[in-house]
Design a protein around this ligand. Structure first.
Ligand SMILES: CSC[C@H]1O[C@H](OP(=O)(O)O)[C@H](O)[C@@H]1O
Length: 339
């Protein structure tokens, strides 16, 4: 099994195909940008930091194919592919960040062969940086956890959402490395079940105690004082709030009501100081994700759905943001949150 969620190999961009987990572990290789875009849109690869790495490798892949395929105007081909990658999913800021970090260098070189080499070198650097960043987030976050605790998490902010290690789950992994006793309550995270399919899969493979619950059970466990803190990832941190998987806001409100610490673990690449929550497009996904389950139809044909993939949590409900440079707490006047 790969030690990275997404990687470069001879044929293109390799990735763990996450829609098949936990029943099947399969690696796929995306040989061109349209196939990588499809993988992003199908959530074969997902998670904000992993999308940043995917965007970076995607531009490198576009350069490789434009160079080898003699696809007419090299730069026009690469810029077109970069636009496709950027638009694959709208909410996580990391995707555009990864694309732009590589594209900005590509456009400064005049020799396509040098461009392709530099693009790959930067994408590899971004992937390596992401793992190091997650480990630093993990280390800062582990300091927040008592020697024994129960942590609730939502969706998957683990190694599968990053190049490796994870953000929210990275905090848990670091705490366990420091011999703390951490029990995890993983919300299944309807409708795509990243919490049960991916977080429970990751933690059980690591031997970290994990119990999966339905999303609506979290409030009851908080009321029963069975949760010591909540730690989630993020897809975009704006000047006034955090976008994360749908259901996060619900947990933040209930945690505040029960005075339970609510932490967001995220790298600097997830910060977007140029926008407020009101500016952000929240991805809406297809009806089929709600109207069917395990091959069964669970909704009468005529009934419409609302399938927002994310929601926004005001910073007023966040105890601290755990970053690779340390904690950011109220009043959240940190430079990373300032335009
Ligand atoms: C480490 S950030 C992971 C973040 O991404 C997930 O969304 P998706 O699975 O749709 O890419 C979710 O919001 C996680 O918290």
């Amino acid at each position: 099994m790969q030690d990275r969620t997404i990687w470069w190999e001879e044929g293109g961009v390799g990735l763990i195909e996450q829609t098949l987990l936990p029943e099947e572990y399969r690696e796929v290789v995306c040989a061109d940008v349209p196939r990588l875009v499809l993988a992003i849109r199908r959530l074969e690869v997902r998670g904000a930091p992993a999308l940043g790495v995917a965007g970076a490798y995607g531009v490198a892949l576009a350069c490789k194919n434009a160079l080898e395929g003699h696809e007419g105007d090299f730069y026009r081909s690469v810029e077109g592919a970069a636009a496709l990658l950027r638009s694959a999913r709208p909410t996580a800021v990391n995707l555009a960040w990864g694309v732009d970090r590589v594209l900005s260098v590509v456009l400064t070189e005049s020799d396509p062969a040098k461009v392709a080499a530099r693009a790959l070198a930067i994408a590899e650097q971004i992937a390596d940086e992401d793992e190091e960043t997650c480990r630093r987030i993990g280390s800062y976050g582990a300091e927040l956890l008592p020697d024994e605790c129960t942590v609730l998490t939502h969706c998957n902010a683990g190694a599968l959402a990053c190049a490796a290690w994870g953000t929210a789950l990275g905090v848990i992994r670091s705490a366990v490395e420091e011999k703390k006793i951490v029990r995890v309550i993983s919300c299944e995270t309807r409708p795509l079940l990243q919490g049960s399919r991916l977080t429970a899969w990751e933690l059980s493979r690591d031997g970290i105690p994990v119990t999966t619950i339905i999303d609506s059970e979290a409030a009851y466990l908080m009321q029963k004082k069975e949760i010591d803190c909540v730690i989630v990832g993020a897809d975009r941190i704006c000047t006034d709030g955090v976008f994360n998987k749908i259901g996060t806001y619900m947990h933040a409100v209930v945690a505040a009501y029960h005075q339970i610490p609510f932490y967001v673990a995220a790298p600097r690449s997830t910060f977007d100081p140029l926008h407020t929550m009101a500016d952000i497009i929240v991805e809406e996904r297809g009806r089929e994700e709600i109207a069917s389950l395990f091959g069964r139809t669970t909704l009468p044909d005529a009934v419409p759905v609302k399938n927002y993939a994310f929601d926004g949590t005001p910073l007023s409900l966040v105890t601290a943001i755990i970053t690779e440079e340390g904690l950011i707490r109220a009043p959240f006047d940190h430079p990373w949150l300032m335009p």
